[in-house]
Design a protein around this ligand. Sequence first.
Ligand code: PMP
Length: 285
Amino acid sequence: MAMKIWLDDKLVNADDAKVSAFDHGLLYGDGVFEGIRVYDGRIFEFDAHLKRLYLSARVLRLAMPMPEDALADATRQTVEANGVHDGYIRLVVTRGVGDLGLNPFLCKRACVIIIAATIQLYPEELYEQGIKVVSASTMRNHPMSLPPQVKSLNYLNNILAKIEAIDAGVSEAIMYNHEGYVAEASGDNVFIVRDGTIYTPPVQSGSLEGITRGIVIDLAAGENITVVEKNLTRFDLYVCNEFFLTGTAAEVIGVVEIDGRAVGDGAPGPVTTMLRKKFFEYARS
Ligand code: PMP
């Protein structure tokens, strides 16, 4: 079965899903997106993702071309048309076709692209063994430059950090903000465990308010583990007992090495393993 993509107002064959060279999503990275999982035929945390998408658009003064329920319906149709039972949805809204200038208001209509496919970010062994990371020298965008809550099509800051991870032969790069505090990984949120307490940087540090992050905080609270949102330094990452990342694609994954230093005893710790399991069960419940 050929893959179908939702483009603007209908499903088209993947080969026909083309956008204009004048689309400001392409010319300027002007747009917003979401990555969403499908577990067991259900779109996971769909309302939270739609909410974040519309809020991101609002901050960018991007007029969404359809109301939330219509976009939700289009997404469901795309999932169904591609027979996706367990997979990943990429919902993209670009500013649309304009001229060669920056002015976004000359773009007549935002362009909607919905892709429903499969994904596995990391092979299963890496979840068991844990991943290695490095500290990126690329600083996270200043929160006053671009609110970190906005999930925009401008990922160059994260891509520069990701290149540092690839060059170092590790899976992820940890990004720090202008004050030297931990912000997030290039595509995931950061958590550590020290002396039984979980710590994660506040959103103001320059991290996306991850939907997985929110769920993991709630799951930890349900297990009576204290979660503290606090600015973290490189020191905190070096001396923690456990370290893990969260994100839609990665779910919960342990970090066992940072900048050549072993984390804890060099294997994913008990809190990480428990939360990964709880998340797995929650997502499929
Ligand atoms: N930070 C960044 C930069 C991301 O791209 C993502 C993935 N969307 C996350 C954090 C994790 O967010 P979520 O749990 O909502 O996928």
